[in-house]
Design a protein around this ligand. Structure first.
Ligand SMILES: Cc1ncc(C[n+]2csc(CCOP(=O)(O)OP(=O)(O)O)c2C)c(N)n1
Ligand SMILES: [Mg+2]
Length: 575
């Protein structure tokens, strides 16, 4: 048993199906041992992608995704993705290679202080110094990642712990006959170090993880919540990502939300929870609704920028908040009832507590529905307007029409994906992935890989801005090599439009925001995918249909959709 085998054994026991990586000698034993044990090793083109993909698999399965990256630059390349996972409260394990224990801090290849670097960005971190520490440390890493407020964890695995003992001894060169006294001393020191390194190595065995116990609200808290909701005249329920942490319970959570009978707004991973069209799922004018509501229930939704730090909610309104994080529970605004508990579980319990809503709040619901319908009409009218090349609203509405019931959407960009977020409707729970509050461009390739792997039968649509696409376009290579036929659509407006809009308006200069209308579809073809360029509205339905067909037959597709340049003086059509 090598250290690599021990690490891989833990991955197997933890039920990890995929290991995302970009290779390096420091981690080779982990990759090979994982492969030998039936774990699918997905080698990508940038370490950030490996971490984004691990994050996506966690979000979609409720498990803990894993990435392994090599020492030094491999590890540092993941920082943005790790920070993104931390802010999105997504559990994942990052295994980092490291120089040999004996060489730490002595100027060896790819050796930096990785622990100090990661400390602020992960929930937990550890570094192993002996082979026998690998199994318990990695098991602890998994536990830390998923318990309480989930998040990313980092475990550093020095290279001399991972290879076979014989090989490491050869590397240390300790078995030759010493020729001098200093050499003898050095050998004694090295041998002692090696003996410690491998002592008790064979004694550790990977165990199955303990079953997960969700944090639940007290009976009293649930009763008070139910009573407050029953009394409300204009209640609103907001469901966010944290309610969906237990992906395996998505259907039960959806049923509970339906049963509560409240008007609902969904965000983050909760998008699509109630399907494509549900009579109480409101999609527009959330801000207006929040100003009118007399009770707002926040299920896994913090009062951060997305609610204007709590100011979207009327001053006198009763706020009920349920969150796993005591920090998020009270952030910017103290709730009237605050429950430190699992939001998904609370919704299930509450539905049981409240029983049937029996047609309550019908006038309030009608007002909201009416406004939603008016907004839909407005969007339809604006989608019909003629623009240079493709109108983004029209394109997004066509994508919505083309979408399979079994589909996952990945959003990576600015204005174009912003338009998609209110026009393309995810068909069910856990069918929409966006970066979350860190607002990270570049998640696309990794998220799409994670989605296609965990939902092989689903259509995976990657919606890209042209600017954002280039962070991860090279993952078309990964998609081709690993047989992961995604459909990417680039809303190509030849610029970083979301930034340009305000920069031009405020500063009168588009400096740094202009791109060429590049032939991204040809890049995809270079990697072995199929590329389309579309710039006439009448061609859109046909191209989308063909793309679906080609992806179904196994080839990844990229549609380069020309939106034309936005004329900022006239205002952007996508808002
Ligand atoms: C890693 C990263 N860099 C920069 C930004 C700032 N930013 C936010 S939106 C945006 C423009 C995105 O352009 P594009 O993907 O082409 O979408 P568009 O707005 O043009 O539709 C930029 C640069 C960011 N959020 N993340
Ligand atoms: Mg753009």
């Amino acid at each position: 048993m090598t250290g690599g085998d021990l690490v891989a054994d833990v991955l197997v026991k933890q039920g990890v199906p995929y290991l995302f990586t970009l290779c390096g000698g420091h981690i080779s034993p982990i990759l090979v041992s994982a492969k030998q044990r039936g774990i699918r090793v997905i080698d990508v083109r940038d370490e950030a992608t490996a971490a984004f993909a691990a994050d996506a698999t966690s979000r979609l399965t409720g498990g803990v995704g894993v990435a392994a990256v090599t020492a030094g630059p491999g590890v540092t390349n993941t920082i943005t993705a790790i920070k993104n996972a931390q802010l999105a409260q997504s559990p994942m394990v990052l295994l980092g290679g490291a120089t040999a224990t004996i060489l730490k801090g002595r100027g060896s290849l790819q050796d930096i202080d990785q622990m100090s670097l990661f400390e602020p960005h992960v929930k937990w971190l550890g570094s192993c110094e002996k082979v026998r520490e690998l199994v318990p440390a990695l098991e602890q890493a998994f536990e830390e990642a998923r318990h309480g407020v989930p998040g990313p964890v980092f475990l550093e695995c020095p290279v001399d712990l991972l290879y076979e003992e014989r090989l490491v001894r050869d590397l240390y060169d300790v078995d030759k006959t010493p020729r001098s006294l200093p050499e003898k001393g050095l050998q004694w020191y090295l041998k002692r170090h090696l003996n410690k390194l491998f002592a008790g190595a064979g004694k550790t065995r990977a165990e199955s993880p303990p079953s997960f116990v969700p944090v639940i609200a007290t009976r009293g808290e649930r009763r008070r919540t139910a009573a407050a909701i029953r009394k409300a005249q204009r209640p609103i329920l907001l469901v966010g990502s944290q309610a969906m942490l237990h992906a395996e319970r998505a259907d039960q959570i959806a049923a509970a939300v339906d049963r509560l009978g409240l008007p609902v707004y969904l965000s983050g991973m909760a998008r699509g929870l109630l399907g494509q069209a549900h009579p109480r799922h409101m999609r527009h004018n959330r801000r207006v609704a929040l100003k009118e509501a007399d009770l707002v229930m926040l299920a896994g939704v913090p009062n951060d920028l997305r609610l204007d730090y709590g100011r979207h909610i009327r001053r006198g309104a009763k706020v009920i908040s349920v969150n796993l994080s005591d920090h998020d529970l009270t952030k910017n605004r103290r709730p009237s009832i605050g429950m430190l508990a699992d939001p998904g579980r609370l919704l299930e319990d509450l539905a049981g507590e409240m029983g049937d809503s029996g047609g309550r709040w019908s006038d309030w619901l009608e007002t909201l529905r009416q406004r939603d319908a008016e907004r839909e009409q407005d969007i339809a009218q604006r989608a019909a307007q003629e623009t240079e090349y493709l109108n983004p609203l029209y394109l997004c509405r066509e994508i919505d029409k083309a979408l399979d019931d079994d589909s996952v959407l990945v959003a990576d960009g600015g204005d174009f994906v912003g338009t998609a977020s209110y026009t393309v409707r995810p068909r069910g729970p856990l069918r929409w992935l966006d970066p979350g509050v860190f607002g990270t461009l570049g998640v696309g390739g990794g998220f799409a890989l994670g989605a296609k792997l965990t939902r092989p039968s689903a259509e995976v649509w990657l919606l890209y801005g042209d600017g954002s696409s280039a962070y991860s376009l090279a993952e078309f290579d990964t998609c081709v090599r690993h047989g992961l036929p995604i459909i990417a659509v680039i809303g190509n407006d030849a610029g970083w439009t979301q930034i340009a809009r305000e920069q031009v308006e405020i500063l009168g200069d588009d400096c740094g925001t202009v791109l060429n209308a590049n032939d991204y579809h040809i890049v995809a073809e270079g990697y072995g995918g199929k590329g389309f360029k579309v710039d006439r509205p009448e061609d859109v339905p046909g191209v989308l249909a063909e793309a679906k067909e080609i992806a179904r037959a196994g080839t990844p597709v990229l549609i380069n959709a020309l939106l034309g340049k936005t004329d900022f003086r006239k205002g952007s059509i996508s808002m």
